[in-house]
Design a protein around this ligand. Structure first.
Ligand code: NBP
Length: 475
């Protein structure tokens, strides 16, 4: 018998996805650059389903039924290109290559177009959920030809997570769309984590709550509107006590956050598309600042100025933080969805935002009850101009805004940095402002660079003769 799917790249992600396919009854051909990983998988998990062990790419390709379906799970970048080239030379028109790694969407666009010329279908699939998701049901964001989704979709849907009986996998759109939405998903994950970090920091520094009590607060929040995987595991991480020192584990971990690049990619793309994805940008920059260890060390003595006293009513302030977190989270998602809409328009992908909210409800790192609300909002109005204008979120944020302001004001006067809370509030205030100082910016640009401006009272483009008699001319 031939295999319905082949998986090449059997590190953590690939081996778990291969097992997931096998658990669902598919015959899975296995391949890895070095045979040791293939053999380890067969030795440890060979009895979990039907696997075909292959050593060479030729053997691997020959083991697959037609049209062939191969999932690549190798390191993103040059390794993926090398594997694609080897496979493509051995495969035939109509066969499908799926890249499940964290590829940059522009690479996916390039690869799809090159493979399409050779008659091969290329599916760039974002896969979220880490190791555990890969094994038991990830959220899958496949982009690529709609035709290939017909034969591939049901298989991907069967291994994906399910929420209320619906798979957390759907066809996103052509070429790079799947990896693009996965990139923004990861960016939103950065923002979510930064906001959680700021909430934690405030409870610690403004309220002086012990770490174990903060863990309890997050545990309680997880049964409310903030119910989500990240809030759930925040309680877990904060509850962990270091065996060696007896201290909370969080106190012995170096406070320099790493990053692998998808957050940075999201922000670069936001800049190119001209979308103010400020929540994600603040999160990426906050990680960068945390990692500037030497600079931070030397800056520790900088004068703080006079700091305000801590809030006296702990319970009220904890509740304020909850609301600030929720409102800032709505902003981060609103911005992320704006970026996806802009990317979709730029590349002609026709991505349905409601579909994303649906497939992100399970399997992935940002899974949250909250996503049901986003799904409802787009079901009600697929042309929503901003998530903040969906009736449900509008009310939630308007109810939270007093708390949000108190939190940002308190943090500022106490000298506690809350970049994501503060910039999200600034975004909200700017968005709802009737007039912005951009009018002055336009005036300045016209002054030094004759960049022209438009008037509020009549159509046309104008320029003031700043270095002449300062009269206005039509440009
Ligand atoms: P890694 O990203 O660590 O990649 C290891 C695999 O790539 C091994 O199978 C290795 O083969 C293979 N490989 C490399 Br490295 N260079 C190669 C080359 N030139 N030719 C052929 N094979 C090569 O594995 P991972 O952590 O399982 O992640 C796989 C993909 O999934 C990545 O793109 C990652 O970004 C993405 N992803 C990871 C997660 C996660 O939670 N880890 C989540 C979502 C997505 P070898 O055994 O012979 O060295």
């Amino acid at each position: 018998t031939k295999a319905q799917i082949g998986v090449t790249g059997l590190a953590v992600m690939g081996s778990n996805i291969a097992r997931n396919f096998a658990h669902k009854g598919y015959t899975v051909a296995l391949h890895n650059r070095s045979i040791a990983k293939t053999d380890a998988l067969i030795e440890q998990h060979g009895t979990e389903g039907t696997f075909i062990r292959t050593e060479t790419v030729a053997e691997f390709v020959a083991a697959l039924e037609r049209p062939r379906r191969v999932l690549i799970m190798v390191k993103a970048g040059a390794a993926t290109d090398a594997v694609i080239e080897e496979l493509a030379s051995a495969m035939e028109p109509g066969d499908i290559i799926i890249d499940g790694g964290n590829a940059l969407y522009t690479d996916t666009i390039r690869r799809e177009s090159a493979l399409a010329e050779r008659g091969l279908h290329f599916v760039g699939a974002g896969i979220s959920g880490g190791e555990e998701g890969a094994l038991n049901g990830p959220s899958i964001m496949p982009g690529g030809p709609a035709e290939s989704y017909k034969s591939l979709g049901p298989m991907l849907e069967s291994i994906s997570a399910h929420v209320d009986g619906e798979p957390c996998c759907t066809h996103i759109g052509p070429d790079g769309s799947g990896h693009f939405v996965k990139m923004v998903h990861n960016g939103i994950e950065y923002a979510d984590m930064q906001l959680i970090g700021e909430a934690y920091d405030l409870m610690r520094k403004a309220l002086d709550l012990p770490v174990a009590e903060i863990a309890d607060v997050f545990r309680e929040w997880n049964s409310g509107d903030l119910d989500s995987y990240l809030v759930e595991i925040t309680a877990e991480v904060l509850s962990q006590v270091d065996a060696e020192t007896g201290k909370p584990l969080v106190d012995v971990i170096v406070d320099a956050a790493g990053q692998k690049g998808t957050g940075r990619w999201t922000v670069k793309s936001a800049l190119d598309l001209g979308i103010p994805t400020t929540g994600i940008a603040e999160a990426v920059f906050a990680r960068a600042l945390s990692s500037a260890t030497d600079q931070r060390k030397q800056a520790q003595g900088l004068e703080s100025g006079t700091l305000a006293a801590a809030p006296t009513d702990t319970k009220t302030f904890v509740d304020d933080i909850n609301k600030a977190l929720y409102a800032s989270k709505v902003v981060a998602y609103a911005q992320g969805f704006d970026q996806i809409a802009a990317g979709s328009a730029e590349y002609g992908w026709d991505v349905a935002p409601g579909d994303l909210a649906t497939i992100w409800r399970g399997g992935c790192i940002i899974r949250a009850k909250f996503l049901n609300r986003i799904r409802d909002a787009y079901a009600e109005n697929p042309e929503l101009p901003s998530l903040l204008l969906a009736p449900y979120f509008r009310k939630a944020v308007e109810d939270a805004v007093d708390s949000w302001r108190r939190v940002v004001a308190t943090a500022t006067t106490m000298g506690i940095p809350v970049p994501a809370f503060a910039s999200s509030l600034a975004y909200y205030d700017a968005l709802r402002s009737e007039r912005l100082p951009a009018a002055l910016t336009q005036g300045l640009r016209d002054f030094f660079g004759a960049h022209t401006y438009q008037r509020v009272d009549k159509p046309g483009t104008f320029h003031t003769l700043w270095s002449g008699d300062r009269s206005e001319v039509t440009a």
